[in-house]
Write a protein that binds this ligand. Structure first.
Ligand code: HEM
Length: 190
């Protein structure tokens, strides 16, 4: 297993732990001013979401060039970027998002936040199992210069990687609209 994959697993366990803590215990406080937390949240989102979108495009271009050493380099770099962009990005987005949520009464108080947390849990579990599995296979096959294996792994990694982008795009919508897609919360009795 690559170092980057190990770091991804640890990062996902920490993020899931943070979400569970905020869900089952009291909301996190604001440690800095609200704008600072929001800025850090958005820097995190840009880092991991930007990488999620730009990485596969770069890799697809490298694949079509049919220059195998170049493709192997691109695949390895993409995996390494999980360590340098995805991991810090996810941690910044989740922890600061949870601090921001306290101003809205906590993650359980708003239907849009409940949906966002559910989608983040799904995204985390799916990416650390299925997507990471195919990414590891892709990097190994590319470094071994096994082209049929590389193309097969690239296909499955692209399918599952695209799938994982859907809930994240929905979380982005939830954050901007602050309207739940499906849930309504029953207001407490007067
Ligand atoms: C479970 C994790 C998350 C929590 C608890 C959370 C919480 C929040 C909260 C409470 C706000 C409101 C801040 C404000 O408008 O003043 C916010 C804003 C925002 N969040 Fe998240 N967030 C999470 C994950 C994400 C993710 C994964 C994305 C991107 C895919 C994202 C993108 C945004 C954006 C773009 C805003 C700014 C919205 C605006 O100003 O209209 N958040 N987040």
């Amino acid at each position: 297993m690559t170092t980057s994959a190990k770091v991804s697993i640890v990062s996902n366990v920490i993020a899931l732990g943070a979400l569970a803590m905020a869900w089952f215990t009291a909301p996190l406080p604001l440690y800095f001013s609200y704008p600072v937390h929001k800025l850090l949240h958005l820097v995190g989102v840009m880092m991991f979401f930007g990488n999620l979108v730009a990485g596969p495009v770069w890799l697809a271009v490298a694949l079509f060039e049919k220059d195998r050493p170049h493709f192997a380099f691109a695949a390895k770099t993409l995996a390494d970027l999980d360590m340098y962009l995805t991991t810090p990005g996810v941690q910044l987005a989740v922890w600061n998002g949870l601090c921001l949520a306290s101003v809205f009464g906590g993650v359980r108080a708003q239907p849009w936040l409940v949906e966002a947390v559910a989608m983040m849990v799904f995204t985390s579990l799916f990416s650390v199992t299925v997507v990471l599995h195919w990414q590891e296979k892709l990097v190994a096959a590319a470094l071994e210069n096994d082209w049929p294996k590389t193309k097969r792994a690239m296909t499955w990694w692209s399918v599952f990687g695209t799938l994982v982008g859907v809930p994240l795009a929905l979380v982005m919508y939830l954050m901007v609209s602050k309207q739940a897609l499906w849930l309504t919360l029953t207001p407490p009795p007067p």
